[in-house]
Write a protein that binds this ligand. Structure first.
Ligand code: FAD
Ligand code: NAD
Length: 482
């Protein structure tokens, strides 16, 4: 680690925040030879490592094993008395974080050539900042300060210690009754995981369906799956007030439909707000923010101050680790090399519920408006899904008039693992004939992706000029082959 006192007075590149966006930006800028300083106020690795992807997927892994053990009877395997040792589950969660931590450590980043300092940075002017009060001038800067959970504000809420994704990982005992407010990615992933681990979970969603950023067909399957796991899903309802219990953690949630939900712990998953408060000094730097507080950027990630770029959750682009990483790299490359690379419009995403929801590009609900057709394979027709007895799901491809894949929606087990192929095809503008012509191993879930492409190609071979040519060729061969 570099001491603040040892920093140069002026640097080529100042990067604020050592989450995924800042880490990748620092490695990229230093790799190009820029004098780079990465500043982190709290923990190297940011949300993904400590409060986001890593702990949530580790918890989900334990929850899935518990559920598989209970469900084994479907396949003739009976596991009696499934017992969840929650402290050990949390031990696994924290072990996973500790195992991955070195990748994001100060030592690893400094080996790439960047200087890392622990401290809080704030801009003091268009080309200047201070770190814990120590002034530093920069030629260019990247804001990568991330986002923080939004807190609920119903009457009585301040009498309850509301959990968020920041501190739910500190639980040492499984809440017997957990109420989750918010039915987006975090609410669905964690609500289902806690239910599978043994909590009685109720999930309150303001809107008419869960996962409103995904197609309705996916929401429907996820809602049914959560209900199968025992989650009490309340749609189209709002919290009107909270009655706090004496312990400061439990209470009763009153909803606008007149019902009440008693809870031992309350978890808020209402979305995340960018970390751009006054303490960051954006006004002094001439960096504009929008009405929700996100840093305003152009397609090359440049802010209203041409020397400053932004990447990651703070930028208002989709809040994913892969987006943060890729855009951290784009921001640093543009800054150091003076390029105008733009951010990719193809953003794959996976919600790690069971079934998983994996999406990229145009979605089936958007197909018609974009002149595209949809090919869907229901997983009841996928041999691997039948063998696993996990047929809930489907694979839909969105295909334009010339046969190019424009998007995909996959719902099912390991859907996220099949998404890489779809992202590649969408990014490279591959046609379904290219996918159909690439042999897929049997039996896999990606058979569904392949078979949807094959169905599209067969359809095209039956219609239009191509279909006519194929029929002529077939008739000619029938005439000459005796
Ligand atoms: C529960 C949960 C599950 C998730 N699961 C997934 C998933 O499965 N897949 C996926 O792709 N995404 C997932 N995400 C989203 C993902 O975690 C974020 O999109 C990603 O971590 C954002 O990275 P970032 O670099 O923009 O910000 P962050 O990781 O938040 O990093 C910002 C850093 O800046 C530091 N900082 C802030 N202000 C200052 C300052 N003034 N000075 C110095 N340092 C400062 C902070 O301390 C922090 O370390 C999940 C998020 C949550 C909450
Ligand atoms: N697998 C993944 O990639 C993954 C997993 C978790 C989180 N994330 C990222 O983190 C971000 C934040 O996740 P999130 O789930 O907090 O936000 P979100 O925006 O995905 O969902 C929040 C949900 O809460 C609902 N809501 C808001 N206010 C409410 C209220 N007062 N009462 C009831 N419902 C209310 C909204 O309708 C919305 O559906 C996501 O958008 C995503 O980008 C990604």
């Amino acid at each position: 680690m570099t001491r603040i006192a040892d920093l140069p007075d002026t640097v080529d590149m100042l990067i604020i925040g050592a989450g995924t966006a800042g880490l990748v930006a620092a490695k990229t800028a230093a790799g190009f030879g820029a004098t780079t300083v990465l500043v982190e106020a709290h923990r190297m690795g940011g949300d993904c490592l400590w409060t986001g992807c890593v702990p949530s997927k580790s918890l989900i892994a334990a929850a899935e094993i518990a559920q598989s053990a209970r469900d084994g009877g479907h396949l003739g395997v009976h596991v009696d008395g499934v017992r969840v040792d929650f402290a050990a589950v949390m031990g696994h969660v924290h072990d996973a974080m500790r195992t991955i931590e070195p990748v994001d450590s100060i030592e690893t980043i400094e080996q790439s050539g960047a200087l890392v300092v622990m401290g809080r940075a704030r801009f003091t002017g268009p080309r200047s900042a201070e770190i814990d009060g120590r002034p530093i001038a920069f030629r260019q800067a990247i804001i990568a300060t991330g986002s923080a959970p939004t807190l609920p504000d119903a009457p009585g809420m301040d009498g309850v210690a509301v959990l968020t994704s920041d501190d739910v990982w500190d639980l040492t005992t499984l809440p017997e009754r957990l109420v989750v407010i918010g039915g987006g990615a975090i609410g669905c992933e964690l609500g289902q995981a806690f239910a599978r681990l043994g909590s009685h979970v109720a999930l309150v969603q303001r809107g008419p369906r869960l996962l409103p950023k995904e197609d309705e067909s996916a929401s429907r399957l996820v809602t049914a799956a959560l209900e199968d796991d025992g989650v009490d899903v309340r749609l189209g309802t709002q919290v009107v007030r909270v009655e706090a219990g004496e312990d400061g953690e439990s209470g009763i949630l009153h909803l606008d439909d007149g019902t009440a939900l008693p809870f031992d712990r309350l978890l808020a998953a209402l979305g995340r707000a960018p970390r751009t408060d006054d303490a960051l000094g954006l006004a002094a730097a001439g960096v504009d923010t929008d009405e929700r507080g996100h840093v305003v950027i152009d397609a090359t990630l440049r802010t209203s101050n041409p020397r400053i770029r932004a990447a990651g959750d703070v930028s208002g682009l989709p809040q994913f680790t892969h987006t943060a990483g890729v855009n951290g790299s784009v921001a640093a490359t543009n800054a150091v090399l003076g390029l105008r690379r733009t951010v990719s419009e193809v953003v794959p995403r996976v919600t790690f519920t069971h079934p998983e929801v994996a999406a990229v590009g145009l979605q089936p609900s958007e197909a018609e408006a974009n002149g595209c057709s949809v090919q869907t394979v229901d997983h009841h027709h996928v041999d691997r899904a039948i063998a696993d007895d996990r047929t809930t799901g489907f694979t839909s491809l969105v295909i334009d008039g010339s046969g190019r894949l424009r998007g995909a929606l996959i719902v099912g087990p390991r859907a996220g693992e099949s998404l890489g192929e779809a992202s590649l095809a969408v990014t490279q503008k591959l046609k379904t004939s290219a996918i159909a012509g690439s042999t897929h191993a049997y039996p896999t879930y990606s058979d569904a992706f392949w078979n949807a492409a094959v169905a599209d190609v067969r359809g095209r071979l039956r219609t239009g000029a191509v279909g006519a040519a194929v029929r002529v060729l077939a008739r000619f061969r029938a005439a000459v082959v005796r």
